[in-house]
Design a binder for this molecule. Sequence first.
Ligand SMILES: [Zn+2]
Length: 387
Amino acid sequence: MPTFDALLRELRGLIPEIDVQGLVGANARPAVIDCREADEHAQGAIPGAIWIPRGFLEARIEKHVVDRAAPIVIYCASGNRSLFAVRSLNEMGYTNARSLAGGFTGWKRAGQPFEMPAALRPDQETRYSRHVLLPEVGIEGQQKLLKAKVVCIGAGGLGSPSSMYLAAAGVGTLGLIDDDVVDASNLQRQILHGTDRLGTPKVESAERTIKNLNPDVRVDKHRARLTSKNAVELLGGHDVIIDGADNFATRYLVNDVALRLGIPVVHASIFRFEGQLTVFPAHGAPCYRCLYPEPPPPEDAPSCAEGGVLGVLPGIMGVLQATEAIKLILGLGETLAGRLLVYDALATKFRELKLRRDPKCPTCGDAVDRGAIALIDYDQFCAAPRR
Ligand SMILES: [Zn+2]
């Protein structure tokens, strides 16, 4: 059996290497893979390098480099481990991989620039470890969440689960807009609040729950009702709007402001045993008014007082809203834009309806100047108790 030293000598004769100057001067920059361990990577890395720890190299390389003939340079600390890494890629059919001679030490010694990779505090590493373990999220994704700003309209039935899961996920700033106080009839579904908070403003109660869940989260409280006067100020600057409004007037206002500001809206509504969910994307099409161009006349609007709602229903729909918001922030998967998801709790069925943009839509239609969309305060024709 060969010793490690002998094996290394043999590999060095077999595996193609590139030196620092060769990498810097390469005409077309190859994919640079950093195969070091987390503690080494955290001390600095070659700018633009893809970090795949050696133990995950075979499992993850295909996600990052699809073309087996693409030029690849792998580096470790000193240029030894990367030889073994290249051998393994050769066995997987990668034909143009090289090892960086001298590794990261050689790179620094040559005076080349390096960057400090995004890092989490030790307590955040623990808190978000199940996110970081997902290659689709990782430390970078978690950093994106921590920098993200989401605003929830309503701290009630939908706002409770959505804001709590967003807070738990580490969304760094949560805006909450609600003018109501906690009532005993809310507690059947509004899990942000509790019996000891009766009479407390919902935004205050929500902040206490969220801060306890995750002190990383900054809560921007607005004890207000959204109106045409304050909507641009309250919603502007956010990455995603969660619409948990309980009335048509606010839904139209949210739609129109979001189109003006170019912010995606995750919309949900609930009634009795049924919930609906969709995403109105940042580019605005299709939008809420493509579905319902104008509010229904007050006499046709469902009477919220008679409505009633199964307590768990906003829980399900609110968690789906949080899921869509996180996907939007991370740019993951496919959102519900252009699709309306309908959940029937009694039948336990999810249905999906295709939504189409209406070219004559009053707010996202062809002829509309979105910057000039007028904001309207419709009458509150459903002034029933809040969901
Ligand atoms: Zn539209």
